[in-house]
Design a protein around this ligand. Structure first.
Ligand code: BGC
Length: 258
Protein backbone atom coordinates (compact mmCIF):
# COMPACT_ATOMS: atom_id res chain seq x y z
CA UNK A 1 0.00 0.00 0.00
CA UNK A 2 1.27 3.48 -0.85
CA UNK A 3 2.43 5.41 2.17
CA UNK A 4 1.88 9.13 2.76
CA UNK A 5 5.50 10.17 2.24
CA UNK A 6 6.66 7.66 -0.39
CA UNK A 7 9.07 9.46 -2.74
CA UNK A 8 9.48 12.44 -0.38
CA UNK A 9 12.71 13.57 1.24
CA UNK A 10 12.78 15.40 4.57
CA UNK A 11 15.49 17.18 6.53
CA UNK A 12 14.74 17.16 10.26
CA UNK A 13 17.13 19.35 12.25
CA UNK A 14 18.08 18.21 15.74
CA UNK A 15 16.77 14.72 15.06
CA UNK A 16 19.17 12.71 17.21
CA UNK A 17 16.96 13.15 20.29
CA UNK A 18 13.66 14.40 21.68
CA UNK A 19 10.90 15.75 19.45
CA UNK A 20 13.15 15.71 16.37
CA UNK A 21 13.85 12.02 16.80
CA UNK A 22 10.13 11.22 17.02
CA UNK A 23 9.47 13.30 13.88
CA UNK A 24 12.20 11.51 11.92
CA UNK A 25 10.85 8.12 12.98
CA UNK A 26 7.27 9.09 12.15
CA UNK A 27 7.98 10.52 8.69
CA UNK A 28 10.23 7.58 7.82
CA UNK A 29 7.59 5.09 9.00
CA UNK A 30 5.31 6.61 6.37
CA UNK A 31 7.88 6.22 3.60
CA UNK A 32 9.96 9.44 3.67
CA UNK A 33 13.71 9.40 3.16
CA UNK A 34 15.28 11.38 5.98
CA UNK A 35 18.38 13.42 6.62
CA UNK A 36 18.98 12.86 10.33
CA UNK A 37 20.89 15.88 11.62
CA UNK A 38 22.88 15.85 14.84
CA UNK A 39 25.24 18.38 16.36
CA UNK A 40 27.28 16.45 18.89
CA UNK A 41 25.79 12.96 19.35
CA UNK A 42 26.47 10.73 16.32
CA UNK A 43 25.49 7.69 18.38
CA UNK A 44 21.96 9.11 18.85
CA UNK A 45 21.65 9.63 15.09
CA UNK A 46 22.88 6.11 14.27
CA UNK A 47 20.51 4.70 16.86
CA UNK A 48 17.55 6.29 15.13
CA UNK A 49 18.82 5.18 11.76
CA UNK A 50 18.86 1.58 13.00
CA UNK A 51 15.45 1.95 14.58
CA UNK A 52 14.00 3.24 11.30
CA UNK A 53 15.65 0.49 9.25
CA UNK A 54 14.40 -2.21 11.64
CA UNK A 55 10.84 -0.89 11.28
CA UNK A 56 11.03 -0.94 7.47
CA UNK A 57 11.01 2.85 7.16
CA UNK A 58 12.40 5.03 4.38
CA UNK A 59 16.05 5.52 3.51
CA UNK A 60 18.11 7.60 5.94
CA UNK A 61 21.46 9.38 6.05
CA UNK A 62 23.07 11.06 9.06
CA UNK A 63 24.75 14.45 8.69
CA UNK A 64 26.57 16.44 11.35
CA UNK A 65 25.57 20.12 11.43
CA UNK A 66 25.46 22.98 13.87
CA UNK A 67 22.40 24.86 12.61
CA UNK A 68 23.78 28.13 13.96
CA UNK A 69 26.41 27.92 11.18
CA UNK A 70 25.09 28.95 7.78
CA UNK A 71 27.54 26.71 5.88
CA UNK A 72 26.43 23.68 7.95
CA UNK A 73 22.76 24.30 7.17
CA UNK A 74 23.45 24.70 3.46
CA UNK A 75 25.29 21.38 3.59
CA UNK A 76 22.29 19.62 5.17
CA UNK A 77 20.12 20.64 2.22
CA UNK A 78 22.90 19.86 -0.27
CA UNK A 79 23.36 16.34 1.15
CA UNK A 80 19.63 15.68 0.84
CA UNK A 81 19.71 16.54 -2.86
CA UNK A 82 23.00 14.76 -3.57
CA UNK A 83 22.38 11.56 -1.63
CA UNK A 84 18.59 11.28 -1.61
CA UNK A 85 17.68 13.16 -4.79
CA UNK A 86 15.50 15.97 -3.44
CA UNK A 87 14.43 17.88 -0.37
CA UNK A 88 10.66 18.36 -0.21
CA UNK A 89 10.09 18.78 3.52
CA UNK A 90 12.07 20.83 6.03
CA UNK A 91 11.35 20.41 9.73
CA UNK A 92 13.14 23.10 11.74
CA UNK A 93 13.24 21.38 15.08
CA UNK A 94 16.68 22.04 16.57
CA UNK A 95 16.35 24.37 19.55
CA UNK A 96 17.96 25.33 22.83
CA UNK A 97 16.94 27.33 25.89
CA UNK A 98 18.94 28.99 28.64
CA UNK A 99 17.03 29.98 31.76
CA UNK A 100 18.39 33.04 33.58
CA UNK A 101 17.18 36.20 35.25
CA UNK A 102 17.08 38.88 32.57
CA UNK A 103 19.73 41.01 34.28
CA UNK A 104 22.16 38.10 34.25
CA UNK A 105 21.87 37.05 30.60
CA UNK A 106 25.25 37.27 28.91
CA UNK A 107 25.93 38.14 25.30
CA UNK A 108 27.19 34.59 24.85
CA UNK A 109 23.96 33.03 26.16
CA UNK A 110 21.84 35.36 24.05
CA UNK A 111 23.82 34.60 20.89
CA UNK A 112 23.70 30.84 21.50
CA UNK A 113 19.91 30.82 21.77
CA UNK A 114 19.17 33.27 18.96
CA UNK A 115 21.72 31.68 16.62
CA UNK A 116 20.21 28.20 16.89
CA UNK A 117 16.53 29.05 17.28
CA UNK A 118 16.18 31.97 14.86
CA UNK A 119 19.24 32.51 12.67
CA UNK A 120 19.44 28.75 12.07
CA UNK A 121 15.81 28.58 10.94
CA UNK A 122 16.27 31.65 8.73
CA UNK A 123 19.27 30.41 6.78
CA UNK A 124 18.40 26.73 6.42
CA UNK A 125 15.01 27.78 5.09
CA UNK A 126 16.81 30.04 2.62
CA UNK A 127 18.97 27.14 1.40
CA UNK A 128 15.86 24.90 1.18
CA UNK A 129 13.94 27.49 -0.84
CA UNK A 130 16.78 28.26 -3.25
CA UNK A 131 17.00 24.61 -4.30
CA UNK A 132 13.24 24.23 -4.70
CA UNK A 133 13.09 27.41 -6.72
CA UNK A 134 15.92 26.27 -9.02
CA UNK A 135 14.22 22.90 -9.48
CA UNK A 136 10.68 24.37 -9.77
CA UNK A 137 9.34 22.14 -7.00
CA UNK A 138 6.85 22.85 -4.18
CA UNK A 139 7.76 22.26 -0.55
CA UNK A 140 6.68 22.21 3.07
CA UNK A 141 8.34 23.88 6.04
CA UNK A 142 7.25 23.01 9.57
CA UNK A 143 8.95 24.93 12.39
CA UNK A 144 8.87 23.56 15.91
CA UNK A 145 8.39 26.79 17.80
CA UNK A 146 6.77 26.81 21.25
CA UNK A 147 3.76 28.10 23.13
CA UNK A 148 6.32 30.76 24.02
CA UNK A 149 6.17 32.21 20.53
CA UNK A 150 3.11 33.89 22.04
CA UNK A 151 2.98 33.24 25.80
CA UNK A 152 5.39 34.83 28.27
CA UNK A 153 8.07 32.70 29.96
CA UNK A 154 9.76 34.86 32.61
CA UNK A 155 13.48 34.11 33.04
CA UNK A 156 13.64 32.83 29.45
CA UNK A 157 13.73 36.17 27.64
CA UNK A 158 16.14 35.09 24.92
CA UNK A 159 14.10 31.95 24.25
CA UNK A 160 10.88 34.00 23.97
CA UNK A 161 12.57 36.51 21.67
CA UNK A 162 13.76 33.69 19.41
CA UNK A 163 10.42 31.91 19.27
CA UNK A 164 8.51 35.16 18.71
CA UNK A 165 10.93 35.80 15.85
CA UNK A 166 10.17 32.39 14.36
CA UNK A 167 6.46 33.19 14.49
CA UNK A 168 6.87 36.38 12.43
CA UNK A 169 9.40 34.80 10.09
CA UNK A 170 6.94 31.98 9.33
CA UNK A 171 4.09 34.42 8.69
CA UNK A 172 6.21 36.63 6.48
CA UNK A 173 7.59 33.77 4.40
CA UNK A 174 4.16 32.18 4.01
CA UNK A 175 3.22 35.27 2.01
CA UNK A 176 6.49 35.64 0.12
CA UNK A 177 6.84 31.95 -0.76
CA UNK A 178 3.17 31.06 -1.37
CA UNK A 179 3.56 31.82 -5.10
CA UNK A 180 6.36 29.22 -5.24
CA UNK A 181 4.04 26.55 -3.80
CA UNK A 182 5.97 26.45 -0.53
CA UNK A 183 3.91 26.33 2.66
CA UNK A 184 5.17 27.26 6.12
CA UNK A 185 3.55 26.55 9.47
CA UNK A 186 4.59 26.40 13.09
CA UNK A 187 3.89 23.68 15.60
CA UNK A 188 3.92 25.21 19.07
CA UNK A 189 4.39 22.58 21.78
CA UNK A 190 3.80 23.24 25.45
CA UNK A 191 5.45 21.04 28.04
CA UNK A 192 6.63 17.85 26.34
CA UNK A 193 8.77 15.12 27.88
CA UNK A 194 12.16 15.72 26.18
CA UNK A 195 15.80 16.33 27.13
CA UNK A 196 15.35 20.13 26.80
CA UNK A 197 13.32 20.22 30.01
CA UNK A 198 15.06 17.50 31.96
CA UNK A 199 15.72 19.98 34.78
CA UNK A 200 12.00 20.58 35.07
CA UNK A 201 11.04 16.90 34.95
CA UNK A 202 13.35 16.13 37.85
CA UNK A 203 12.17 19.02 40.02
CA UNK A 204 8.79 18.50 41.67
CA UNK A 205 8.75 22.04 43.06
CA UNK A 206 8.60 23.27 39.46
CA UNK A 207 6.79 20.39 37.80
CA UNK A 208 3.77 20.20 40.13
CA UNK A 209 2.60 23.82 39.63
CA UNK A 210 3.08 23.40 35.86
CA UNK A 211 0.92 20.27 35.85
CA UNK A 212 -1.78 22.17 37.73
CA UNK A 213 -1.79 24.67 34.83
CA UNK A 214 -2.29 22.01 32.19
CA UNK A 215 -6.00 21.18 31.82
CA UNK A 216 -5.22 17.67 30.56
CA UNK A 217 -3.10 17.14 33.69
CA UNK A 218 0.00 15.65 32.06
CA UNK A 219 2.97 16.50 29.86
CA UNK A 220 2.78 15.68 26.17
CA UNK A 221 4.88 13.16 24.29
CA UNK A 222 7.20 13.64 21.34
CA UNK A 223 5.10 11.15 19.37
CA UNK A 224 2.02 13.34 19.79
CA UNK A 225 3.95 16.31 18.38
CA UNK A 226 5.28 14.15 15.53
CA UNK A 227 1.73 13.19 14.51
CA UNK A 228 0.81 16.85 14.02
CA UNK A 229 4.03 17.58 12.12
CA UNK A 230 3.35 14.62 9.81
CA UNK A 231 -0.09 16.01 8.99
CA UNK A 232 1.27 19.49 8.21
CA UNK A 233 4.03 18.00 6.06
CA UNK A 234 1.58 15.87 4.08
CA UNK A 235 -0.34 16.48 0.84
CA UNK A 236 -3.57 16.73 2.83
CA UNK A 237 -2.36 19.97 4.41
CA UNK A 238 -1.83 21.59 1.01
CA UNK A 239 -4.06 24.60 1.69
CA UNK A 240 -2.60 25.41 5.12
CA UNK A 241 0.10 28.07 5.34
CA UNK A 242 1.01 30.92 7.69
CA UNK A 243 -0.50 29.35 10.82
CA UNK A 244 0.64 28.17 14.23
CA UNK A 245 -0.77 24.94 15.65
CA UNK A 246 -0.61 24.72 19.43
CA UNK A 247 -0.17 21.31 21.09
CA UNK A 248 -0.08 21.92 24.83
CA UNK A 249 -2.86 20.06 26.67
CA UNK A 250 -4.70 23.38 27.01
CA UNK A 251 -1.88 25.23 28.84
CA UNK A 252 -2.02 28.43 26.82
CA UNK A 253 -5.79 28.83 27.29
CA UNK A 254 -5.77 28.23 31.03
CA UNK A 255 -6.69 30.86 33.58
CA UNK A 256 -7.75 30.53 37.20
CA UNK A 257 -8.87 33.00 39.79
CA UNK A 258 -7.64 31.85 43.19
C1 BGC B 1 9.98 24.85 26.83
C2 BGC B 1 9.81 24.03 28.09
C3 BGC B 1 8.59 24.52 28.88
C4 BGC B 1 7.38 24.51 27.98
C5 BGC B 1 6.13 25.03 28.68
C6 BGC B 1 8.69 24.83 26.05
O1 BGC B 1 8.85 25.64 24.92
O2 BGC B 1 11.01 24.30 26.05
O3 BGC B 1 10.98 24.18 28.88
O4 BGC B 1 8.36 23.66 29.97
O5 BGC B 1 7.64 25.33 26.84
O6 BGC B 1 6.34 26.22 29.35
Amino acid sequence: MARRFDGKVAVVTGSSSGIGQAIAVRLASEGASIVIDYRSHPEGAVDIQNQIAAAGGGKTITVQADVSKVADTANLIEQAWQQLGSCDILVNNAGIENGADFWNVTEEDYDAVLDVNLKGVFFITQAFVRKLRDNKKPGRVVNISSVHEDMVFPHFASYCASKGGVRMLMRDLAVELGPLGITLNNVAPGAIITPINKGLLDDHAKLDPLLRNIPLGRLGTSEEVAGLVAYLASEEAGYITGSTFIIDGGLIRNYHEQ
